[in-house]
Design a protein around this ligand. Structure first.
Ligand SMILES: Nc1nc2c(c(=O)[nH]1)N[C@H]1C(S)=C(S)[C@@H](COP(=O)(O)OP(=O)(O)OC[C@H]3O[C@@H](n4cnc5c(=O)[nH]c(N)nc54)[C@H](O)[C@@H]3O)O[C@H]1N2
Ligand SMILES: Nc1nc2c(c(=O)[nH]1)N[C@H]1C(S)=C(S)[C@@H](COP(=O)(O)OP(=O)(O)OC[C@H]3O[C@@H](n4cnc5c(=O)[nH]c(N)nc54)[C@H](O)[C@@H]3O)O[C@H]1N2
Ligand SMILES: [Mo]
Length: 770
């Protein structure tokens, strides 16, 4: 019997038949299989939430120009009719307004599998019909992505892949200073799939070797229970102040590494002058930072001393920079590591995103496998990804981005495949307003997400379990042939097949498919892999053999890396691609942009919202990644369902805070602020700051009109977050910067609607009302 496997961003699985049913067993050699995967099959087999047939929004058929887009019923149609309509609209918009009126940014994680990657397929298709307005950077780490090339000369991808390897940390690091913690919760994930989850193991091994870990976070749970671990419960949004104070105390105590600063950095004098208070009269001392961070000044001083006495890794997680002025935590963290002078040595220095997903720090050789070619986009316009609502609301308006002044395009058609903006974007009521603007919205998804229900043309796709694909992740040592495990739900088609049908209508089918069937493409990709392997010095089996065995394990791929090692070993011979060739602690280019919210050196600026400028009953909202899902994916599955309270996402607060606000564990509460509100079940957690509330992302937004206004009755935190750029440098999202109030919900509990399909009417019912 052949072995069958499949893969997702949360792990790889062996497929087994047990008593006539399918089971997905995590790989036997995965040390910590993900919790998320347990909800996969139930979500895939959920006929209520899965989209069964192509559907057209009734109001759009009636010519409402988007007015009812946020709350409408649908008419199910045949594939031919749906594809005809979609092709007609795409053609109309490009003829009347040009391809610059089509937004194809389509941000989102879609699913693992190299061929059936929704965004690759979408871009390949749109590029063939004249192009689209694209999106730049990510929701994950835009602030880091934009500032890192300025200050390190490396892209975020270079940093992520070059990060100092876990085995070196376990061997050489004596103090791991983790801003935002290092969490197995987020390390469940690797974009493109992972055969192993090893972050918790590495942290445990390092701790066993005597490494101390200090987790600087509002939540104790951001770090696993480890020996030698401590929790520094910093005020949310204040980390930059803490880091500056650590720099100050190191300099004041003459414990900074002047030789390293002279050799490997530029702009130290300007940055030092700011930290010591010479430029603005305010020394950034422990005394200064203590009230900002809500920590004791002597603890900050003691920490500075401890840093100077140890071999330190300064690690900043990604969440810290999804915040107002998020660039500063990254830059200040790098500066602190420079002041300690241990950058470029094994196991110490600076890291960005340890534990935020599985791969950073992985000690494997990374191999670039082939992918589906996307062609060239004839339109060169783009927006910073999180400016979507701004763009739709303000065509023609100018905005700043990374030193440029740009103008928003006038978008008439939005095409989304593989993402869920009504989960991922901040301030969803504002997005609802913006979403009424385009003339047409086309969405591919396999489930009736909040975004699919807000599309005019809804095209149902398969899930990975319903098609064949291959997992080839450049940072994973396993190659996996993903077998088809289930028949497609309803009339669902692969994204590729959908675009093939559209390409046909533009007389571009041959160009789109290059004459290949789905299997032809898998064979083509695999042949490319075989070529790559050959140049890397090993051989891959032929396609048939790979499909039969389901898994190929690369051996001898172990390697370790030290971030910045070559540069530090000889900065003159191996300069960085920055303006000075060194790490920039003052950056002339950034300073020259004269941005009020991103000056020329790491800098403390108060965030738009935080608890030091809050009313007594306001709490800081942390909308962390969910333990039971990948964002909104599998929210309809059993694992997410089991974690909810009365069907609602659980928000956690400190027991003393609940008592103070007269709230009880297990009841449904109402989180609200000026931007909107949502309901959530209340859970208690004594191991968190008293001025915070945690509500994970991803509950399928279920917006209903209630006596308290239009709220999400299911618990999506983006009803409450702020739709503002981190700064005018990066324009990254600031989802971790928000204050909320929490009240009991005394009214009747509105029934959930998000996990069921929307309403349908027949064609005749639709026409009668026209
Ligand atoms: N408040 C707050 N908001 C946040 C964050 C936060 O920390 N706090 N984090 C942000 C971050 S880091 C990110 S990355 C984003 C994530 O935001 P998204 O990536 O948009 O979230 P997902 O739920 O993964 O959305 C993927 C969508 O693709 C669909 N899909 C899966 N497979 C396929 C397929 O084969 N074909 C098609 N057509 N569709 C498919 C899924 O059903 C799902 O609707 O959220 C961001 N939003
Ligand atoms: N289970 C699961 N894992 C995931 C994902 C998922 O959806 N589910 N999504 C993946 C994706 S796309 C991404 S980008 C990564 C994101 O990875 P991260 O950004 O690392 O994850 P988050 O959960 O957003 O944030 C981690 C922690 O940062 C802390 N934090 C927030 N604000 C502050 C602050 O001001 N100061 C300090 N010190 N700490 C703060 C919060 O306590 C939070 O729990 O996660 C990935 N991993
Ligand atoms: Mo992300």
């Amino acid at each position: 019997m052949t072995d069958r496997y499949t893969a997702a961003h949360w792990g790889a699985y062996r497929v087994r038949e047990v008593d006539g049913d399918i089971r997905l067993d995590p790989l036997a050699d995965d040390p910590a299989p993900s919790q998320i995967g347990r909800g996969w099959l139930s979500a895939a087999r959920d006929p209520r939430a899965r989209i069964q047939r192509p559907a057209i929004r009734k109001g759009w058929l009636d010519g409402d120009r988007g007015a009812a887009r946020n709350d409408d019923v649908f008419v199910e149609v045949s594939w031919d009719e749906a594809l005809d309509l979609a092709a007609r609209e795409l053609d109309r918009v490009r003829q009347q307004h040009g391809n610059g009126a089509i937004y194809g940014g389509s941000y989102g994680w879609s699913s693992a599998g190299r061929f059936h990657h929704a965004q690759s397929q979408l871009r390949r298709f749109l590029n063939l019909i004249g192009g689209y307005v694209a999106a730049r950077d990510t929701y994950s780490h835009a602030a880091g992505e934009v500032i890192l090339p300025h200050i390190t000369g490396m892209t975020n991808k270079d940093i992520e892949e070059g990060m100092t390897s876990w085995p070196l940390i376990a061997r050489h690091c004596t103090l791991f200073l983790a801003f935002g913690g290092v969490s197995g919760r987020t390390a469940q994930i690797a974009a493109g799939g992972t055969s192993r989850h090893e972050v918790d193991d590495w942290m445990a091994q390092a701790a066993a070797n005597g490494m101390k870990t200090i987790s600087v976070s509002p939540l104790r749970s951001d770090l696993a229970d480890l020996p030698n671990a401590r929790w520094l419960p910093v005020r949310a949004g204040s980390d930059t102040a803490l880091i500056l104070a650590l720099v100050y105390e190191l300099v004041a105590g003459n414990r900074h590494d002047q030789a390293f600063l002279d050799r490997c950095t530029s702009g130290w004098d300007q940055f030092r002058a700011y930290v010591m208070g010479e430029t603005d009269g305010q020394p950034k001392s422990a005394q200064w930072a203590a009230p900002l961070c809500d920590l004791a000044a002597e603890d900050i001083r003691a920490l500075a001393g401890e840093l100077a006495d140890n071999r330190v890794m300064v690690a900043v997680n990604w969440g810290l920079q999804r915040a107002h002025h998020g660039e500063q935590t990254v830059w200040a963290g790098l500066a602190l590591a420079a002041v300690l002078g241990q950058i470029g040595q094994p196991g110490t220095g600076f890291g960005f995103g340890y534990g935020s997903t599985t791969p950073p720090g992985r000690a494997k050789r990374f191999i670039s496998w082939p992918s589906v070619p996307q062609g060239r986009n004839p339109v060169d316009d783009f927006i910073p990804v999180a400016r979507i609502a701004d763009m739709l609301l303000n065509p023609g308006k100018s905005y700043a981005y990374n030193g440029e002044t740009r103008q928003y395009p006038d978008i008439r058609l939005v095409y989304w495949a593989g993402g869920n903006p009504f989960h991922h974007h901040q301030d969803l009521l504002r997005l609802e307003q913006a979403w009424q603007r385009p003339e047409t919205v086309i969405v591919h998804d396999h489930s009736w997400t909040a975004t699919a229900r807000r599309a005019d043309i809804v095209l149902p796709t398969t899930m990975p379990l319903e098609r064949e694909d291959i997992m080839i992740n450049r940072r994973d040592p396993s190659l996996i042939y993903m077998a088809q495990v289930l028949p497609p739900m309803g009339e669902a088609r692969n994204d590729h097949a959908i675009f093939k049908g559209l390409a046909q209508r533009f007389a571009a089918e041959q160009e789109f498919t290059e004459g290949r069937s789905d299997e032809g493409w898998l064979r083509w990709l695999w042949a490319g892999c075989q070529g790559v392997a050959q140049t890397e010095g090993f051989a891959l089996p032929d396609f048939e053999r790979f499909r039969e065995t389901g898994r190929f394990e690369m051996s001898d791929q172990d390697t370790t890396r030290v971030l910045f090692d070559q540069f530090v070993s000889d900065p003159e011979a191996n300069p960085l691609a920055t303006e000075s060739g060194r790490l920039t602690l003052f950056n002339d280019r950034i300073a020259g942009m004269q941005l009020p919210d991103c000056p020329g050196h790491p800098c403390w600026m108060e965030p738009a919202e935080w608890t030091l400028a809050a009313a007594p009953d306001e709490l800081h909202l942390l909308s962390q990644q969910p333990a039971t899902r990948l964002h909104s994916q599998l929210d309809n599955g059993s694992e997410a369902a089991a974690s909810k309270l009365q069907g609602r996402e659980v928000a956690r607060m400190h027991p003393a805070t609940a008592a103070r606000l007269n709230l009880r564990e297990g009841e449904v509460v109402h989180l609200h602020n000026a931007r909107g509100g949502c309901l959530a079940g209340l859970g208690l957690d004594a191991d968190m700051r008293r001025d915070c509330i945690v509500l994970p992302t991803g509950a399928w937004a279920d917006l209903q009109n209630t006596a308290q206004g239009r709220i999400c009755v299911h618990g999506n935190p983006n009803m409450l977050t702020i739709d503002l750029g981190a700064s005018q440098l990066s324009q990254g999202n600031i989802s971790h910067t928000a204050l909320v109030r929490v009240s009991p919900w005394d009214a009747a509990l509105p029934p959930l609607r998000a996990l069921d399909a929307p309403g349908f009417v027949t064609r005749r019912e639709s026409e009668q009302e026209v």
